[in-house]
Design a protein around this ligand. Structure first.
Ligand code: GDP
Ligand code: MG
Length: 375
């Protein structure tokens, strides 16, 4: 049965795990522990107690399909590249696969071979004599995916589920499947490590059917491609599948407007100040643009693409690192460009004030819970 783990719910609601456990005990008489999985209905009630409205996945995907598009965009829509998230169990080859696709050496340079940051990479794919682009987000585990989605951001068009042919479906594989399904995102399966002695692709397919992912050759509708990140076997087929699935999704945006989109990651760089990776989901982003990202205001001083090159503009589905924000936004924050700098500053400071007061309110209400707990 579907459910939400206590730590996962805490992260979604941006409260401590203790606060969730307290709420369960005081308001519903449920004695929960931190490792427990709550039924969705219980999780919804807790969320609502804490002042967060909950949507079902269906409500969510209906709302987010068009979220980034306004009615005035409809006359200007153009095809945009698909944004892909690579998911799967640890060590099944997510980083190697992306690396191999990019034909560069990210995995070797990473500390301990573990993905250090959420990057976004652009790849050119030849398709029917045309060059198409695909954008890959490299997520550490499922964090970026789940916490961003929990905060209302939909950044992924297609999930590539990596399953090692010699290891099969594992706990994080199952998690990835349920996250992708909850988000209403189509799944393309990459059965990786086909070069290994112990590769058993049919066993992997069999295991996946138990999670309602049935390969096309067995009458289902989930594309599955056997690949090897090491030998490069079938990577072209995988990219081809992604392009075909993207075509069915009819992805579009209006490049002729002020940009908006989502913060993919952000941090404070000692030398450069706040640095944020932004995924442009509508419009075109330019150096010099006045921007509000979550509660943060800024004027874009420089933009850097995934190859470390300075760029002047970023069109829909492209991700760029930007410099010029006054503070560090959070992954999952939305950003928008404003024509009017004064208005942008006002919006940012209003949001900062709002965040401060809701944080105070939460602190106050959790204190009340503590008191009634004691008495
Ligand atoms: P991640 O945790 O999913 O990002 O997995 P990594 O990309 O870090 O890969 C984990 C390990 O599996 C590394 O030692 C890789 O060299 C190895 N690996 C990844 N893909 C393949 C593959 O296609 N074939 C073989 N033989 N090894 C692979
Ligand atoms: Mg990795």
């Amino acid at each position: 049965t579907e459910g939400v783990a206590v730590p996962e719910l805490a992260e979604m609601l941006a409260v401590s795990e203790t606060e969730i456990i307290k709420n369960l005990f005081i308001n519903r008489g449920i004695q929960a522990n931190i490792t427990q999985t709550l039924e969705l209905e219980t999780a919804r009630l807790v969320a609502e107690d804490l002042g967060v409205q909950v949507e079902t996945p269906e409500e969510k995907s209906a709302a987010t399909k068009t979220e980034m598009l306004d009615t005035e965009d409809l006359d200007h829509l153009q095809f945009r590249p698909p944004v892909i998230t690579i998911m799967g169990h640890v060590d099944h080859g997510k980083t190697s696969l992306l690396d191999s696709i990019r034909k560069t050496k990210v995995a070797a340079g990473e500390a301990g071979g573990i993905t250090q940051r959420t990057g976004a990479y652009h790849v050119d794919v030849e398709h029917e004599g045309e060059t198409r682009q695909v954008v890959f987000l490299d997520t550490p585990g499922h964090e970026a995916f789940t916490s961003m989605r929990a905060r209302g951001a939909k950044v992924t068009d297609i999930a590539v589920l990596v399953v090692a042919a010699d290891d099969g479906v594992q706990p994080q594989t199952q998690e990835a499947i349920s996250h992708a399904k909850a988000a209403g995102v189509p799944i393309v399966v990459a059965i990786n490590k086909m070069d290994k002695e112990g590769a058993q692709p049919d066993r992997v397919k069999q295991e996946l059917t138990e999670h309602e992912l049935v390969p096309e050759e067995w009458g289902g509708n989930t594309p599955m491609v056997g690949v090897s990140a090491i030998t490069g076997e079938n990577l072209d087929e995988l990219l081809e599948m992604i392009i075909l699935v993207a075509e069915l999704e009819e992805l579009s945006a209006n490049p002729d407007r002020l940009a908006k989109g989502t913060v993919i990651e952000a941090n404070l760089d000692r030398a450069r100040g706040p640095v944020a990776t932004l995924l442009v989901q509508n419009g075109t982003l330019h150096v010099g643009d006045v921007i509000v990202a979550g509660p943060c205001f800024g004027k874009i001083r420089a933009m850097i693409d995934d190859r470390g090159q300075k760029v002047e503009a970023a069109s829909p589905s492209f991700a760029v690192e930007i410099l010029g924000l006054g503070e560090v936004p959070r992954a999952g924050d939305e950003f928008a460009v404003y024509a009017d700098e004064k208005q942008a500053r006002a919006i940012a400071s209003e949001r900062t004030a709002e965040m401060r007061s809701s944080r105070l309110q939460r602190a106050a209400s959790s204190r009340r819970v503590t008191l009634s707990n004691v008495s």
